[in-house]
Design a protein around this ligand. Structure first.
Ligand SMILES: [Zn+2]
Length: 274
């Protein structure tokens, strides 16, 4: 069951994707979080697989990029792709970077976040259970995306993004909207003592983030953890929109790394200033 109140599921040209109504209302961006619906790839990558690092047929993945760029009324040569490694480095993207990772080679690596203040540059990050985090400074007109698995979350990639937006674009956190998209929910995300210890070290309190299930296991709430980090960075609670949709509970519409034992495709978070 999908709760659609916070992120909204829409369909365009046969592609289903989520938008954040608060972002849409600014009229500043094209953005979305894709589902697995609307592409060409065959099982187990069916069908809108955007993961170039998966074992899927590369031509099909490129075709899927063309499909999603068309939905966004853009072309693949305007895309800039991340190079995700579960760390917290964020790349400042400019018009010189367009096409990198898709129609051109990347000249960067180990990048889990992208940010830009230039229009018509499509930022792409990739997911199958990790948390997509969308950023929009509606005053300074800056957009960003971050990839937050448990490692990126515990190392506070969301806070690093806010710091970069403040430092490079003079953003005021009060003006920044943040969308925390579909990912594995606390319902389905059991972790062990290694993860618990890292959160207990980096967070002042873990009681709202990790729920003990007994036998040295916990259930991790990545949405709440990222919200805590964002509030520490000065983003008001009212600016943070959490989808509260679990990818593992809904593998009919999402690729889920855990549910599908690692053999699956990737969804994308996409944002572009108009
Ligand atoms: Zn779940």
């Amino acid at each position: 069951m999908i709760h659609e109140e916070r992120f909204k599921l829409i369909e365009k040209k046969g592609v289903k994707y989520f938008i954040i109504p608060e972002f849409e209302e600014t009229h500043l961006v094209n953005h979305g979080f894709t589902t697995r619906i609307g592409g060409l790839s065959k099982s187990p990558f069916n069908s809108l697989n955007l993961g170039l690092k998966t074992d899927d047929n590369r031509e099909n993945v490129i075709e899927n990029f063309k499909i999603i760029c068309d939905v966004f009324e853009n072309t693949i040569d305007r895309a800039v792709l991340s190079d995700q490694v579960h760390k917290t480095d964020i790349k400042i993207v400019t018009n010189k970077d367009i096409g990198k990772g898709l129609v051109k080679n990347k000249d960067y690596k180990d990048i889990d976040g992208l940010v830009t203040n230039e229009p018509d540059v499509m930022l792409f990050t990739f997911f199958a259970d990790c948390v997509p985090i969308f950023f929009l400074d509606k005053v300074k007109k800056v957009v960003g995306l971050a990839h937050g698995g448990w490692r990126g979350t515990v190392d506070k990639i969301s806070g690093k993004m806010i710091d970069i937006m403040k430092k490079n674009y003079s953003s005021d956190p009060n003006d920044i909207l943040v969308g925390i998209g579909p990912s594995i929910g606390q319902c389905c995300y059991e972790v062990g003592a290694d993860v618990y210890k890292r959160f207990n070290t980096n967070f002042t309190s873990v009681s709202n983030v990790l729920k003990p299930t007994g036998e040295g296991k916990w259930k991790l709430n990545l949405w709440e953890a990222n919200k805590v980090v964002l509030e520490e960075s000065g983003v008001p609670c009212r600016n943070i929109i959490i989808s509260e949709v679990c990818t593992s509970c809904n593998s009919d519409i999402f690729f889920s790394y855990r549910k599908e034992n690692g053999i699956t495709g990737r969804m994308a978070a996409i944002i572009q200033l108009k």
